[in-house]
Design a protein around this ligand. Structure first.
Ligand SMILES: C[S@@+](CC[C@H](N)C(=O)[O-])C[C@H]1O[C@@H](n2cnc3c(N)ncnc32)[C@H](O)[C@@H]1O
Length: 209
């Protein structure tokens, strides 16, 4: 996407306005602790739609490199300023991009994280960007089965994230989080190890004759 298209993107304008109005808290998301407790291999982290991410700061504080992608440049500026204040700026690489159009590369991140965000294309490329044995942590707003509101594209059904994982991923946890009227669905899953992928490829080759 060209720089002018990014500058004009409605999501960028909308979110920059919000970030101008609300001060940041830099609270890490609970998926950070969950991912570290589950055992996360060595390697960099990719956070998609990161906002002013306390998660990126917390992960950088453990010594990990974090690529932090968001369309709102104001969020990235606020994140970078705070990272500098904490002496973590060298570990956090801010990337201004439209996440669904962004190519994160393949199988090179120990953890791919996205919270309070949903896009099916981004979820697919996020899964492809996880190292063998690495983790994907994703939380998105969940549709409520009781409401008859038309489907909202930034919502998913609870349980849907795991069904969208490619083969070889193991679901470690999938929870519905309800807080007042807010419902979200949270997934932590691990990509198959290189050994498992190789074994699977060998089996396919074997059965294919
Ligand atoms: C609800 S906020 C969540 C921020 C952060 N992940 C968190 O949990 O606090 C949604 C984020 O998605 C970003 N966003 C929305 N549309 C985007 C797009 N098309 N490309 C990249 N980021 C986008 C917004 O700028 C905003 O930072």
């Amino acid at each position: 996407m060209r720089r002018t298209e990014l500058a004009e993107h409605p999501d960028r304008r909308r979110w920059n306005t919000r970030y101008l109005q609300r001060p940041p808290t830099f609270e890490p998301h609970p998926l950070v602790d969950a991912a570290l407790a589950a055992g996360c291999p060595t390697g960099p982290v990719l956070e998609l739609a990161c906002g002013r991410s306390g998660s990126a700061l917390a992960l950088a504080a453990t010594g990990r490199r974090v690529v932090a992608v968001d369309i709102a440049d104001l969020a990235l500026t606020q994140l970078t300023t705070e990272a500098r204040r904490r002496g973590l700026a060298e570990l956090i690489e801010p990337v201004a991009a439209d996440v669904p159009a962004h190519d994160p590369g393949t199988r090179c991140h120990a953890l791919v994280l996205a919270t309070s965000y949903w896009d099916a294309t981004a979820f697919r490329s996020a899964c492809a960007a996880v190292l063998p044995g690495g983790l994907i942590g994703w939380e998105a707003l969940a549709d409520s089965p009781e409401t008859d509101r038309p489907e909202r594209p930034w919502h998913v059904r609870h349980g849907e994230l795991s069904t969208r994982l490619p083969g070889g991923f193991e679901v470690l946890a999938e929870e519905l989080i309800v807080s007042g009227r807010r419902r979200s669905t949270r997934l932590l899953a691990r990509a198959g190890s290189a050994d498992t992928s190789t074994q699977r490829a060998d089996t396919r080759e074997g059965t294919g004759g």
